[in-house]
Design a protein around this ligand. Structure first.
Ligand code: NAI
Length: 241
């Protein structure tokens, strides 16, 4: 629906690739100003280089977005990194790193954006969690714990900020066809067989597309969906159903 986000500014972490890049395109198609916050620039959209594990960089990048566009209406907290392993296989150092990016990265961005969201007529935060938050996936202890934390953070923030009209929701994608998953497949002993296994795991028999996840993010951020807060929306081809 073109024009839904006319005049609104959407800041998207991890917006240079995969789900975040698809979200940037989808919001832009609906009239939004896009600010990509990522380690890398997105050549199609206004970007600020920013490492979400660095609070100083986050604050500077958010200030730059607000100065450039005159405010921030929607935060899409999407940057994340993966981890493979059981609790015996991942070190403390790996745990601290992944939680720093996947959980604290979202906290830092939310903290920096909230003062701007309070000035907005249509404030919303959408966090990217994962089906891993609730499904027991093999060798994903650390990643799952980080995404479970994103789920809980979403619910707590929704409660904290509902009175000021700021809606907070999350998407929980199944395996999505993004550069991230392609990198994992490239490392597999038999990439074609691994892809087939991941496809078969979802009842639809295919991977979710980045655009399908982006559409759910746009839906959660849509200012007309005023009753939606504290929601986790699964986009997983029926895997959690
Ligand atoms: P991707 O690897 O294609 O894109 C991730 C983006 O985040 C990249 O542009 C990267 O530069 C950026 N990024 C990584 N670390 C960062 C940091 N410290 N600071 C700023 N930016 C950083 O990955 P994809 O698949 O698009 O994933 C996006 C989100 O979706 C992640 O939070 C991921 O956990 C989540 N997710 C992905 C699923 C999948 O199957 N692809 C399934 C469920 C959730």
């Amino acid at each position: 629906m073109s024009g839904t986000f006319d005049g609104l500014t959407v800041a998207i972490s991890g917006g240079a690739s995969g789900i975040g890049a698809a979200a940037a395109d989808a919001f832009a198609a609906r009239g939004a100003n896009i600010a990509v916050l990522d380690l890398n620039a997105n050549p199609d959209h206004w970007s600020q280089t920013c490492d979400v594990s660095d609070d100083h960089q986050v604050r500077q990048a958010v200030a730059a977005v607000a100065a450039h566009f005159g405010g921030i209406d929607v935060l899409v907290n999407n940057a994340g990194i993966g981890a493979v392993g059981t609790v015996e296989e991942n070190s403390d150092k790996q745990w601290f790193r992944v939680l720093d990016v996947n959980v604290l990265g979202m906290v830092r961005l939310a903290r920096a954006c909230l003062p701007h969201l309070r000035e907005s007529s249509a404030p919303a935060i959408v966090n990217t969690s994962s089906i891993a938050a609730t499904a027991g996936l093999v060798k994903r202890a650390l990643y799952s714990a980080s995404k479970g934390a994103v789920h809980s953070l979403t619910m707590a923030m929704a409660a904290d900020h509902v009175a000021e009209g700021i809606r907070v929701n999350c998407v929980e994608p199944g395996t999505a066809d993004t550069p991230w998953v392609q990198r994992l497949l490239d490392q597999a002993e038999d990439p074609a067989a691994e892809r087939a296994r991941l496809e078969a795991r979802q009842p639809t028999g295919r991977l979710v597309s980045a655009e399908e996840v982006a559409a759910a993010i746009v839906y959660l951020a849509d200012p007309s969906n005023k009753a939606l807060t504290g929601t986790a929306l699964a986009v997983d081809g029926g895997m959690s159903g």
